[in-house]
Design a protein around this ligand. Structure first.
Ligand SMILES: Cc1ncc(COP(=O)(O)O)c(C=O)c1O
Length: 377
């Protein structure tokens, strides 16, 4: 980024959410180069800014969508793409990876013949009744211990139920095109991927040997963002995944992934402003103009611990940083290391805030999301 965040904040005001599209492209390229067999379907939910979708689309990404609205956000790019590429097929660009879809959504997406995930028998009946042209991907429940956000308590079929679910779908005339899983978000326990790939391979080969024409393996998201120097790196994880995929799945099997956080977390920073300062129980408390109901929603929904940097020098001490709402829940951190001499009007910088931040921001108390600017777009 050529222009400094404080300069941009002076120009645009605060809170200011700055998205660097060079970093988005770099993260996407890194993902593809480390995992060359795996197409990346960016999980739009991580940050659904249309400009991000466009940049990644132009870079060659495909997309994981969770709702009709996200589906259309991506689909609008496909219209022009389709004219240029005659071999284009919607499954190459979009997977609807929310295992539960309401009936209205199924009816709306039916005409696009989408690829959709499912994980239970009721969903098969719904798909048959309202979206019978869809291709199906069965999501399996896999170990997610040690991931920052565990997903297996809400999603995924028990592996022992997989064969029956596949049989049910096929008996209704639907086709199960493949299998998927998600090891939990910000997965730093790489054994989860090994276990998940092995569980998936067993079901995949069993299904194929009973005549099912399955050809897609979707390894979900979970790829850890390098929030700090101790976070495990993609390069190490990629070696494990590549070796397991080559060992477990023949070359013709199409392997896809749904990275969200890895692509977008490090591509954004936020400049906030101190709007109040108090000493409470012996500790300095900085009140800033963005909080857990807006850009810092990841503190609540994503088990995220934000970092803060000051633009003014001074000896660091343990401070609290809290948001602007008139509500005691709006505490961002009680343990920031910041100078105690900061003043009202000073800026604070938070890096690596691209994922699961503004995507879940609210208007609580009348404080809306921050202004968003896109650099090098
Ligand atoms: C189905 C699905 N795919 C992909 C993702 C993205 O995961 P991550 O951001 O950990 O890469 C999520 C996140 O919740 C998800 O639910």
């Amino acid at each position: 980024m050529k222009r400094k965040p404080a300069t941009l904040a002076k120009q645009h005001g605060t809170p200011l959410f700055i998205i660097d599209h060079d970093i988005l492209r770099r993260n996407y390229r890194l993902f593809r180069s480390r995992l060359p067999r795996i197409q990346a379907y960016y999980a739009v939910k991580a940050n659904s800014q249309q400009e991000i979708v466009k940049t990644l689309f132009d870079a060659g990404a495909s997309f994981d969508v969770a709702s009709y609205s996200e589906f259309m956000q991506v689909y609008r790019h496909l219209r022009s793409f389709r004219r240029k590429d005659k071999d284009f097929y919607i499954w190459d660009k979009i997977i609807f990876a929310n295992t539960i879809k309401d009936i209205a959504t199924l009816r709306k997406i039916r005409r696009y013949r989408p690829l959709v995930t499912f994980d239970n028998a009721e969903e098969i009946d719904k798909i048959k009744a309202h979206c019978d042209k869809a291709g199906l991907v069965l999501r399996l429940k896999v170990p997610d211990t040690g991931s920052a956000c565990e997903l297996s308590s809400k999603f995924g079929a028990e592996p022992a139920d997989a064969a029956d679910l596949i049989d049910k779908a096929e008996s209704l005339g639907l086709t199960v095109e493949g299998l998927s899983f998600h090891v939990g978000s910000q997965c730093t326990n790489f054994d989860n991927y090994i276990a998940a790939l092995n569980i998936t391979a067993e079901i995949f080969h069993e299904a194929r040997s009973s005549g099912r024409a399955m050809n897609i393996i979707d390894i979900g998201g979970g790829f850890p963002a390098p929030y700090d120097p101790t976070a495990p790196r993609l390069t190490r994880l990629a070696k494990i995944i590549n070796a397991e995929c080559d060992r477990l799945f023949p070359k013709e099997v199409e392997i896809i992934a749904e990275p969200g956080r890895f692509i977008v977390a490090t591509a954004a920073m936020l400049v906030t402003e101190i709007i109040g300062k108090a000493s409470r129980e012996g500790k300095t408390v900085y009140h800033i103009n963005d909080g857990v109901y807006q850009s810092f929603s990841g503190v609540v929904f994503d088990h995220w611990t934000p970092n803060f940097q000051a633009f003014r020098a001074g000896p660091a001490e343990v401070c609290s940083v809290v948001g602007p709402t008139c509500d005691s829940f709006d505490k961002i951190t009680l343990a920031a290391q910041l100078p105690g001499n900061l003043r009202i009007g000073d800026y604070l910088l938070t890096e690596n805030i691209g994922a699961y931040s503004i995507a879940s921001a609210t208007n609580f108390n009348g404080f809306g999301p921050p202004k968003v600017i896109h650099i090098n777009n």
